[in-house]
Write a protein that binds this ligand. Structure first.
Ligand SMILES: Nc1ncnc2c1ncn2[C@@H]1O[C@H](COP(=O)(O)OP(=O)(O)OP(=O)(O)O)[C@@H](O)[C@H]1O
Length: 358
């Protein structure tokens, strides 16, 4: 039955829901469950209400990054929206952030350039490297900066086939980020697979090398077709992420499919320092009165924060730990940057001790 809204002539409004709200809606924003609106003669009030709601909803989405996920039936479902993550909160090595942003902006404004040369209007990025180094977070922040929504496909979704993948491609809006995460989990290089599993052989579903179980029902050729076949949308930005680029089939990462490869490595000291400053420059969570005093020191004296950040970064080895691990440590001491510095060595020891070889 869906939802029921009643508008009366004297301005009262009833909104009745007979079933739980749908978890998700399609990317066209058409509700998957109907909403019934009933007006006791107040047609104008009703129209205004609907228009106002539509406007507010669209306005709210402008401040947010909306994430759609593929279901096994070949439909996009709106799974969540989150406030735009500022790009400034992502700390990458050197000029990586700026380079990727400029590349994407350049792409988005040059549709005609591609058309004039008969080059498919698409751009592909491969973000690869150590876990917890910001690959997914950067995609989210980039989407916010470019004002694009994110469409996520998990190849591990067993219901997904070559056909449903093609349908999803057809149904992707012209401007969006299409995200294929942990691509190595489904497709590894032909040369690395055993003769039996032939994981990425065209037309064969990918199998897990160790167990032989099917990890996806999408074939390698089906995936390549989805990326750059006729159904693939013009204007879309494809981002694939992996922790193991060396395991990928070269066909998947050849130019045209992947135009820009970006390495996400463990944190440099410069990154650690920047993250520390960024973490503590904003008012900390007030735990005690003392904490509040500390925060005002930084506001009046940013060089004190710089000094602490420098001391902290010097206690962390260059490219020794991931940014996620550093963030986890800072979270533990979110009310006391001094303690975060004091405990830095113990933190590093515990991370290095627990790190598994990649
Ligand atoms: N470079 C970075 N700058 C700022 N925050 C970071 C960075 N790298 C990681 N983080 C933080 O660490 C957490 C994990 O990051 P994220 O999921 O983006 O890493 P990932 O590289 O995608 O990991 P995985 O390969 O395991 O999926 C997030 O909360 C994020 O805020």
């Amino acid at each position: 039955m869906g939802e029921r809204i009643v508008v009366s002539t004297i301005g009262h409004l009833w909104h009745a829901r007979n079933s739980p709200p749908p978890a998700v809606t399609h990317h066209t924003n058409k509700p998957t469950h109907p909403t019934h609106v009933q007006s006791n003669g107040a047609r104008k009030a009703l129209e205004d209400l609907v228009e106002e709601s539509r406007r507010k909803y669209a306005e709210r989405d402008l401040q947010r990054t909306v994430i759609y996920s593929a279901d096994q039936y070949g439909n996009w479902r709106r799974t969540r929206s989150r406030p735009i993550r500022p790009l400034s909160t992502i700390v990458l090595d050197g000029s990586t952030k700026q380079t990727v942003l400029c590349d994407a902006l350049e792409f988005l404004k040059n549709e005609k350039w591609y058309a004039d040369r008969g080059i498919p209007y698409r751009r592909g990025y491969m973000f690869y490297g150590y876990p917890g180094t910001g690959k997914t977070s950067f995609v989210t922040a980039l989407a916010g900066e470019l004002k694009l929504n994110i469409y996520v496909i998990s190849l591990a979704n067993k219901g997904l086939t070559d056909e449903t993948l093609t349908e999803l491609m057809v149904d992707t809006p012209p401007r969006c980020i299409l995200l294929l995460e942990d691509i190595d989990a489904a497709f590894v290089s032909r040369s690395l697979t055993s003769t039996v599993s032939a994981t990425t052989r065209p037309g064969t579903p990918a199998e897990n090398q160790n167990s032989g179980s099917i990890v996806t029902n999408v074939t390698f050729s089906g995936l390549l077709n989805a990326i750059d076949g006729v159904a693939a949308q013009e204007g879309r930005i494809l981002v694939m992420t992996t922790n193991h680029i060396e395991k990928l089939d070269p066909a998947l990462i050849r130019p045209g499919r992947v135009d820009v490869k970006v390495l996400f490595d463990k944190a440099t000291r410069a990154q650690v320092k920047d993250l520390f400053v960024q973490f503590f420059i904003k008012p900390p969570v007030p735990a005690t009165d003392e904490t509040i005093v500390q925060s005002s020191i930084f506001e009046d004296n940013p060089s004190a924060l710089e000094d602490l950040a420098m001391q902290f970064s010097q206690r962390v080895p260059e490219k020794g730990v991931s940014m996620a691990a550093v963030q986890g440590h800072l979270m533990r001491y979110k009310s006391s940057p001094e303690d975060a510095v004091k405990e830095a060595e113990a933190f590093v020891q515990s991370v290095l001790g627990s790190q598994l070889p990649q």
